[in-house]
Structures are given as C-alpha cells and as structure tokens.
Design a binder for this molecule. Structure first.
Ligand code: PMP
Length: 407
C-alpha cells in the first residue's frame, strides 16, 4: 500500500478520537459557584465592593516597596534572581522569627517555612496530614478557601458548634470523641468571616481539649496585627498543652501586600518537614526576590502597619456608624476589634443569597453568609469588608445597601 492510500484511513481515525480519561474525583466534585458568578460584576468601577477581602490599594507603600526591591537587585542580584531553598531565605526567616517572638510566641528561624501566601500553607498541611476520608473540624462559619482546600483533599469537613467567642470547648470534645478528626482549623483572631476573636480563657480550654484528646490545631492568623482597640490575646500555640500540636499560619498579605504572595508556617519539626517536602513538589520555593525585598522592608514595617491600623480603624468606625440606618430593624452585627470583616444577621425572613442580585443592581456588594457554613447555613447572614473604601464611600455604599435590601 502506498502512502497516499493509507492517508485517508489515518484521517478517519483522527476524526473520531476516543474520549480522554476523566478528571480526578476530587476535581469533579468542585462545582461552579453562583456567588462567584454574581460577584464577577463587582470589578466595575461604579461598584462599592464590600464583598472582596481586599486591602486598601492606596495604602500600599509603593515607594518603600520599590526601594526594597531596588536595593536587593542592586546589592545581591545573583542571589535575588537565583533559585533558593524550599525552607525560605534565612534573612527573612530570622526577621520573622524575631517579630513573632516579640509578639509573644518564642520562635527560631528553623521553626519557620516560608510559603507562597498562607493559602499555600493550608494546601501543604492538607497534603501532609490528610488521607481522603479523614475528618477536619472547623468553626461555623469558616474561611471559605480553607473549606475548599479540605474539600479538594477529600476530607470530611464537620462544623463544631460555637458562639460569639468561637468554638465551644465542650462541643469540641464531644465532636472529637464522635468523629476522630485529624485537625481543628481555627482563625481565632478577627476571624474571616465574622470578625470575632476568641478570648484567652476559651483558647486555654481549647488547648486543654486538644492535649487531652490528641488533635492538631491549625491557628490561622493573617489579621492579628490589624488591631484597632482592645488588648492582644495570646496565641493558642503559646498555651500549655498546645505547643507541640499547634501549627501557626501567618501572612504578609494584609500588612505588606497580597501581590507578594508571601506567608509562613510555624510547625513542630516532623510536620514542618513533611510540609517542606510537599512544598518542594509544589513550587520548589517562594520567589527569592520577593522574600529578600520583604526582609528589607521589615525594617520599616512597624511604621507602615501603624498607618494602616489608623486608617482601617476609622473605616471600621464609619461602617459601624452607618449600619443602624442601613439595615432593617431587628438586624444584628459584630463589632470586631480588628481585621477586615464584620458579620451581619438580618431578620429571619431575609435570604441574603436571593437578595444579592437586587443589591448588586444598586452598585454595592456583600458576600452572602451561606457558603461559609460547613454545617446548616444561616441564610440571613452576610459578610462586609470595611477596609477597602474611604469613610465617604462606605457611607454611600451603606445607603445603596439600604435601597437594595428594600429599605
Ligand atoms: N487565611 C485566611 C483566614 C484568610 O482570610 C486568607 C486571605 N483571605 C488567607 C488565609 C490567605 O491569605 P494569603 O494566601 O494571601 O496569605
């Protein structure tokens, strides 16, 4: 047979390709998100966006950051543009360890793994700790992207009942006995989404339960430095019984800039090592240039955080001042001492997911509360971010919200 004769048959085979193998089960489970679809319009300039968890861009220290990058590229270009170690740049880990120690948690550079945002730390922990089918305990409501990480790892996510102070220790103990979980995931300070902070006695009780029952605690703390009033509360990782079983996650996103994608994980040696191997497989290391620039910038970070705190505190106050007139009678909301979010519960007849399209028509947006719940959702809740807009924009946004809610 000549080449010419064989060609058509070859083409016929190509025209009817066999289907490719399916996605992994964990990827097939990940559906679309109706909330994400509605909120896609919030990028429009006329929109006052209380939905995104975005730091205020006008507060980014452009000049300070530019100076840090310039200096690093001038002084150590061969290092800054080169591959680095998976653990992270020693100079950054040293500066971070000193900062964490000064905040009340004795830490050495070797205790730390630098991650590509603290979001990566969550994925690394899931890889290092979770088999498909393992159980993870969470607060209700819980940070959305943590639910996503645990879901992708094939974990069963179980919500522990709590109150305005966070997870209830007795309910936690009962859930551990019943569910035999691997870990408890908490955002104890200025929680995303509620803004609430777990008081010290509750932290002590949670640490005691974890010690008695044998449980990992993940203490996710991206907001702790953004305190506007009240007194700092000790880290769970610093409490007796919790030291050897608590992983602390931190981030540069809220105090420096999220675009740097810089975070960190502080964990006991064996778990930290497993996370380091998982990170090596994921991305080898976090960008060297960003790490070195951040290490330089840490010299002036305190002054920057001070500026951010003053502005954000005023924005929180502006939102708290505007809420009574904006929300229907009978609404309740949290009064966070720091962070970026507050949590609203409208009267029971309101469904914030169903109302969102009408609210977005008014050029203002919130995140409905339902997706944050691993347990039974409360459809009348919503999350507002108070840091991205000026007080004037916040006041206007709340007037629009009142109109959207039918006020
Ligand atoms: N944890 C919590 C509770 C968060 O709110 C966020 C950011 N929204 C992250 C982790 C991830 O932050 P990053 O990856 O930017 O450090």
């Amino acid at each position: 047979m000549t080449v010419a004769e064989s060609a058509p048959r070859f083409l016929t085979t190509l025209a009817e390709p066999a289907p490719v193998p399916p996605l992994a089960a964990r990827a097939r489970r990940v559906g679309g998100s109706p909330v994400r679809d509605i909120l896609a319009v919030t990028a429009r300039p006329e929109m006052i966006n209380f939905a995104g968890g975005l730091p205020a861009p006008e507060l980014f220290d452009r000049e300070g950051m530019a100076a840090a990058f310039r200096e690093v590229l001038a002084d150590a270009p061969a290092q800054a543009l080169q591959y680095s170690t998976t653990e992270g740049e020693p100079v950054l880990r040293a500066a971070l360890a000193a900062r964490i120690t000064a905040r009340g948690l004795p830490t050495t550079p070797d205790d730390l793994l630098i991650t590509t945002g603290s979001q990566q730390a969550l994925s690394l922990l899931a890889t290092a700790l979770l088999e498909p089918g393992d159980t993870v305990l969470v607060e209700d409501p819980c940070y959305l992207a943590a639910l996503q990480v645990f879901g992708l790892a094939g974990a069963r996510v179980v919500a522990v009942p709590g109150d305005a102070d966070g997870v209830d220790p007795a309910a936690l103990e009962e859930a551990i006995r019943r569910e035999r979980p691997k870990l408890l995931y908490l955002v104890p300070t200025f929680q995303n989404p509620t803004g609430r902070t777990m008081p010290a006695p509750r932290r002590t009780a949670i640490a005691a339960v974890a010690a008695r029952q044998g449980l990992w605690i993940v203490e996710d703390d991206p907001y702790g430095e953004l305190r506007y009033d009240g007194e700092p509360v000790p880290w769970i990782a610093a409490l007796p019984g919790a030291e050897d079983r608590t992983v602390v996650l931190g981030s540069f996103s809220k105090v420096m800039a999220p675009g740097l994608r810089l975070g960190w994980l502080r964990a006991p040696a064996e778990l930290r090592w497993a996370c380091t191997v998982a990170k090596q497989a994921a991305d080898l290391h976090t960008p060297t240039l960003n790490q070195l620039a951040a290490a330089r910038y840490m010299d002036v970070l305190d002054a920057h955080v001070e500026r951010v705190r003053a502005v954000y505190g005023a924005r929180r106050d502006a939102m708290l001042a505007g809420l009574p007139a904006a929300l229907p009678p009978g609404s309740q909301w949290s009064r966070p001492e720091g962070g970026m979010f507050l949590w609203v519960r409208l009267p029971e007849s309101y469904d914030t997911l169903a109302l969102l399209p009408r609210v977005v028509e008014q050029n203002v947006a919130y995140v409905p509360g339902a997706p944050f719940y691993a347990g039974a959702p409360d459809p009348s809740t919503l999350r507002l971010c108070f840091v991205t807009q000026t007080p004037e924009e916040i006041a206007e946004g709340l007037r629009r919200l009142a109109r959207g809610l039918g006020g």
